[in-house]
Design a protein around this ligand. Sequence first.
Ligand code: NDP
Length: 481
Amino acid sequence: MQKILNYINGELIAPQSDKWLDNYNPATGKVYSLIPDSDSADVEAAYTAAKAAFPEWSTLSKDKRSAYLLKIAALIEQHLDRLALAESMDNGKPLKLAKTVDIPRAASNFHFYGTAILHYASHAHSMEDTAINYTLRQPVGVAGCISPWNLPLYLFSWKVAPALAAGCTVVAKPSEVTPMTAYLLSEICIEAGLPKGVFNIVHGLGGKVGSAIVSHKDIPLISFTGGTATGKHIAGIAAPMFKKLSLELGGKNPNIIFADCDYEKMLATTLQSSFANQGQICLCGSRIFIERPLYEKFKTDFVSRVKALKVGAPQEEGTKVGAVVSQPHQEKILSYIELAKQEGGTVLTGGNKVILEGDYAGGYYIDPTVIEGLDFNCRTNQEEIFGPVVTLTPFDTEEEVLKMANSTTYGLASIVWTEHLTRAHRMANQIHAGIVWINCWLLRDLRTPFGGVKASGVGREGGFEALDFFTEPKNVCVKLK
Ligand code: NDP
């Protein structure tokens, strides 16, 4: 059986303990590779390599760092088919999605930061003829990067690329649930000739490898994407150590539909924003609010479109909804559907496990599920489910829908559908979220700030904000006379 290896000091190596974990294919429920069950000794080796590589990497010219990143981007594009298949097998997502979104986006992340660093400038503040201040932006040091399983290579590269571009060296941990494309990325980095120790990947469990990175006394910066509970735990360890922290956490995003929207565009996009990647995107709009005059029409049309979505093997042509990522996650989602029923919800479509035939009989499939009749304050509408489950709620006024939309502890993304110009801006101004999409969803310009408010996180990724995060500003004040 294939063994995934750690990438430390430029080499692919087994964990020091020689212990391994099973890696499941969620489409079949079968183990198909082994992952290093690494521990703090492997993290220490990765840190030592990263520390040794830091002086040279951090002082390498921006042009040269950029060239490495652009080479990695080109190699990701060259290996698109292989990476997309690996992502689909590891995560359960439709192959088409991996091919058109996940992997191209991972390449764009390296391409974007490989070029952004060339345009990154710092400020000067003149005190007329008394003095001049200028800001140096210096790479922080060895960066710890920890990423989740839902968009494995996409989110892993979203952290690693700006860290490397900024001149940090990296110790990174992908999710143990989906380690394969990070492993293939390490092969790509070797092919790209990335200097030894600049980028290190330690595979294994969050409680062992993740914890060792977060609590390492000489890793001064942690960039984390994952669940809110894990983020809180990490902040509890890292904050008293005065580490720089970027936390991209959970969401429970509202999708607000006004009766004056462009109906067909809204319907097609809402299908995506509800069920893309089996609803396992932190930006999915799982609470759908519909202005009352449109409610019944929307409900009928939406449910009929959802029923037509093909749940199937991820690599099969035409599959729209693949497997959810793991058996525990499947159970968690199903338990929320039960909760919704107990809370008085009516399941309009879906609500059940799907058992496919043949090799796929043991896979983790769930029918896309639409529920109505719930109070906006109930647990189903307040807690993150992170699966193919949405709720429908009617509303009458802007004030009412804003109250419901803003009622959760989360504040990551939001979607508003209206053709009314001033209402669109009014809503955007008043929604508690880091991102507001008006008449679209998942449209991303990599220069824009990305992140959430409240329990959805601290700090922003994207654009120069990420380069700010991975560098420390130092003010130099020069007296002129
Ligand atoms: P988790 O919080 O469970 O895990 C995220 C990463 O943290 C994994 O690599 C995990 O390792 C690791 N980890 C777990 N425990 C610790 C620990 N004690 N110390 C350090 N690292 C640890 O999230 P999921 O992987 O389940 O991802 C889903 C969540 O991510 C959802 O809540 C989703 O909303 C959120 N998310 C947020 C995004 C955003 O941009 N705001 C984007 C995408 C997802 P292991 O896999 O071994 O447990």
